[in-house]
Design a protein. Sequence first.
Length: 326
Amino acid sequence: TWTTTNVVEESVAAIRERVGTKRAICGLSGGVDSAVAAALVQKAIGDQLTCVYVDHGLMRKGESEQVEKDFVAATGVHLKVVEAEERFLSALAGVSDPEEKRKIIGREFIRVFEQAQAELVAEAGAAGEAVEFLVQGTLYPDVVESGGGTGTANIKSHHNVGGLPDDIEFKLVEPLRRLFKDEVRMVGQELGLPDEIVHRQPFPGPGLGIRIVGEVTKERLDLLREADAIAREELTAAGLDRDIWQCPVVLLAGVRSVGVQGDGRTYGHPIVLRPVSSEDAMTADWSRLPYDVLSRISTRITNEVDQINRVVLDITSKPPGTIEWE
Ligand code: XMP
């Protein structure tokens, strides 16, 4: 029978058997999946695990600090933080195609993990065990939608599945590969992770890189970060965090429209709000947010974020739209 206790016990035993005395690293993204995967592997192999947080410059406002604090406080795990903004942004320069962006981000993640691996090995010296394993928070829907399941077409390369380079040298540990999101949350709860982690809304590994339609640049990321922070602030203030599954905020960087602000003409970019409700992200419906909340978000974004002169609402379900725009 399926119980979270059984799932935890079986996974822990399987991870121990697979990893043995070797070491593993786990990329933390700030999302619930990587946090639960890390906590599960930590339960199995303890200090043989080091978590790596890659600050790729594609995170939301305040997120890096939050990952560093929340997760370490909850688990006491070893954490290595890698500053890699320049590396990711220069790799993404000039690229607008969504799949190409995903592949580049997946590749750079692996290169950073390889570097972290080399550093850990060097630190441990000759007597240290090899860092052979890479832990990923891949879920069942990620496997299916990346074409790794049976009979389903490839929809997009999730960075932790289809987006990996071919020459990867790590052995992968993916303890959540058979689970859906709600099951992952239950496992997280069973492992004693705090509510702020267990109930965190999903956030994709490629981050804001796939929420800018068009080329990803530092300036655009900064605009999107501001707009996103406002939307999240207002949704939280309205008490809606648990009612919606997630609300991507998307910058249409290649689109401009004419507006009027103060007594001047503007020619700025639109921001898209994409609030959805869902059970498992395989299908979703657009959330019927209260008009007054939408209105506050719109007013604040256009007032407070330079170059944004329009806020639009995505009212498409999945299918036919996916949750993210890329
Ligand atoms: P889509 O856009 O495919 O998104 O409807 C389904 C769910 O998956 C998240 N997502 C990702 N998560 N790596 C992740 O860890 C990825 O590359 C990725 N792409 C999408 C998305 O936020 C939604 O919750």
